[in-house]
Design a protein around this ligand. Structure first.
Ligand code: SF4
Length: 520
């Protein structure tokens, strides 16, 4: 695995007023060609809550010329040629949401609106946008590499259940025929890809970057392969209980009536393998875990659940190993997840020169998603809850990445001073979970070697430091800022953690609840 790429946070931050969306804007910047073109399913809003802005501005800060093709008309190739041919690669993303969730309701009815589109109009992106855009980019410039990113690609990186088709689909990388897929928060990976391509490396040689997936034919020499059933034994699938049935009203409920419980299982002695028995001490950085093939998991729910569990077992960047899954005659290789950004790096990424408003090409059309977040501040990333029904741990990882208090306060001041329409109310100081800010394992060494799937299930781990004082302090400083009347907390709150710190709860309910509080 390649050495950890640090972001160059010393680069002089010269930036365009907006990343160009037309050749006219490129000419005004004195550019004849973009190094990288980001194609996205969302309207371009130059704000750190939007993926194309955060990745585009970051690459710009590292010295690359980045153009944006936002919500292109996918019915022909023309829109994909709007900025000419990129020198290094196309970066393709469906947008801030999976395109199928964006386009359809849970009833599988087409939505008439789209919060990420000017005027909130539906229909500005295709189904499975990552696949369609990649195909059009290939059609436009066959030789230009395609790098997939964003949440749609990230969550579909291995064989995955697709609610819309009610079947298991293969990795999106195969359907999109992209060269590389970046999963999770991709700052480190995208900068490394760009730098190494700039130095002349071919995209096909970029096989050792954390947080990336790619297609290969076989396991390379020097790697040790482990069958995933050696680290997690596939078990039986429990019958799904109807969540709306009150078991007390159900005569037939054996458990409620004190009847037969789960089948008695004879106790088996555990065989613990000592280190001396372990003939070969495996080097984790050269070990790959083979999870069951697409053809198997698509037919067998037990193996599907097992593969999903192994993916989650390998999400701790401190000890995660590479994964490989066969799909037809090809293999999807997943490198270990990205190393979380340090606080200094998070501050750098969020402190880039965002215009904080939509691109002027949209005129005065309202973009609902922008309207919703324009007065809110993202203070952290990640979640150590490990819930498999949720995308956060699988996408952003289980280690909390925090911004410094100073950086957050500076952003509030910027909103106060620059964002049109600000009336003194910060609508949210939050993140994936409102109150995981600066909460972590008591020991970095233990955290690095931990193999638990969650720090809060089935109960709060005794090693978790649940002190909320940094967050309480942040709330207090924010609400005392001149020109700020109210600071609300709109992100969901993990109540089992919050009640561990009564002073935090007092601060929260006394000063920061605007009529409703979301809890998880
Ligand atoms: S030891 Fe506990 S608190 Fe630490 S990382 Fe593991 S589960 Fe989380």
């Amino acid at each position: 695995m390649a050495q950890l790429t640090s972001l160059n946070i010393q680069t002089p931050n010269t930036s365009a007023p907006f990343l160009p969306m037309s050749q006219h804007e490129m000419r005004k910047l004195g550019w004849t060609q973009c190094d990288i073109i980001i194609v996205t399913g969302d309207a371009y809003v130059d704000h750190p809550s939007f993926g194309m802005a955060i990745i585009g501005r970051l690459l710009e800060s590292q010295g690359f010329k980045v153009g944006i093709i936002a919500q292109p008309d996918w019915k022909s190739v023309d829109a994909f040629k709007a900025l000419g041919k990129p020198r290094l690669f196309f970066g393709v993303a469906a947008g801030n949401m999976d395109s199928m969730i964006n386009r359809y309701t849970a009833d599988k009815k087409m939505r008439s609106d789209d919060a990420y589109t000017p005027g909130g109009k539906g229909g500005s992106r295709p189904d499975r946008a990552s696949i369609v855009y990649s195909q059009r980019c290939r059609e436009a410039y066959k030789e230009v590499p395609i790098v997939l990113g964003g949440i749609e690609a990230s969550l579909r990186r291995i064989a995955h259940y697709d609610y819309w088709q009610d079947k298991v689909r293969r990795s999106i990388l195969l359907d999109a025929r992209a060269d590389l897929l970046l999963f999770g928060n991709a700052e480190r990976a995208v900068v490394e890809v760009a730098r190494r391509m700039e130095m002349g490396e071919a995209i096909s040689d970029l096989t050792d970057i954390r947080g990336t997936a790619y297609i290969r034919k076989d396991t390379p020499e020097g790697w040790m392969e482990i069958d995933s059933t050696r680290i997690d034994r596939p078990g039986k699938v429990d019958r799904i209980i109807n969540p709306y049935v009150n078991t007390r009203d159900l005569e037939s409920c054996a458990l409620e009536n004190g009847g037969a419980g789960p089948e008695e299982v004879e106790a088996q002695p555990l065989h613990l393998e000592s280190l001396s028995e372990n003939k070969i001490r495996l080097d984790r950085s050269r070990t790959v875990i083979r999870i069951p093939a697409f053809e198997k998991v698509s037919k067998d729910p037990v193996l599907y659940a097992h593969a999903s569990r192994v993916l989650h077992l390998e999400t701790n960047p401190g000890n995660a190993r590479a994964l490989v899954q066969q799909q037809g005659d090809q293999e999807i290789w997943l490198n270990p997840p990205p190393i979380p950004l340090t606080t200094e790096e998070m501050d750098y990424v969020f402190g880039l020169k965002y215009a904080r408003v939509p691109h002027p090409a949209y005129g005065d059309q309202e973009i609902p998603a922008y309207k919703m977040i324009r007065f809110s501040v993202n203070i952290m990333r990640g979640c150590f809850g490990g819930c498999t029904f949720c995308s956060i741990t699988e996408h952003e990882g289980r280690i909390i990445q925090n911004r410094s208090q100073e950086s957050i306060i500076n952003e509030i001041k910027e909103i106060r001073d620059k964002v049109p329409g600000f009336t003194g109310v910060i609508s949210d100081l939050g993140g994936p979970t409102a109150n995981m800010y600066r909460i972590a394992c008591k020991s970095p060494e233990i955290e690095q070697s931990c193999r638990k799937l969650s720090c809060v299930y089935p109960g709060i781990c005794p090693n978790l430091n649940t002190d909320h004082s940094a967050l309480t302090q942040l709330y207090r400083e924010a609400r005392q800022l001149e020109g700020v009347k109210k600071v609300l907390i709109a992100s969901g709150l993990r109540y089992d953690l919050a009640v561990e710190d009564p002073e935090y709860v007092r601060e929260l309910v006394t000063h920061h609840v605007g009529g409703y509080l979301k809890i998880a």
